[in-house]
Design a protein. Structure first.
Length: 100
């Protein structure tokens, strides 16, 4: 679920297999970064980068943090929806397995 955009690149909560802590993804081409955000406070920080030898340029890091901070309500709602979707799929799978 798209939260924002940075120079044409999508900042998003991915809905495939999300897990805590709440975070958004940004594909930087040669690297992929996750930025953690909170429901408790308004902080946003770089969580990690893949590959771990890559570095997110400091300007990109500060710009993306500012974008996510400015869109925290959207990021939080997207996270809640992603977790609901995943929980629903798990429940359906459990019901189907118990019926077999």
């Amino acid at each position: 679920m798209k939260v924002g955009q940075y120079k044409g690149r999508r900042i998003a909560v991915l809905t495939r297999d999300e897990h805590c802590p709440p975070h958004v993804h940004l594909d930087g081409g040669d690297w992929s970064a996750r930025f953690e955000f909170s429901f408790w406070h308004n902080g946003v920080s770089l969580l990690d980068v893949i590959p771990d030898t890559a570095r997110v340029p400091s300007q990109v890091k500060s710009d993306v943090i500012a974008i996510v901070k400015g869109r925290l309500p959207v990021a939080r709602e997207s996270w809640i929806e992603a977790v609901k979707t995943r929980a629903s799929k798990i429940r359906r799978g459990t019901k189907q397995n118990s019926m077999s």
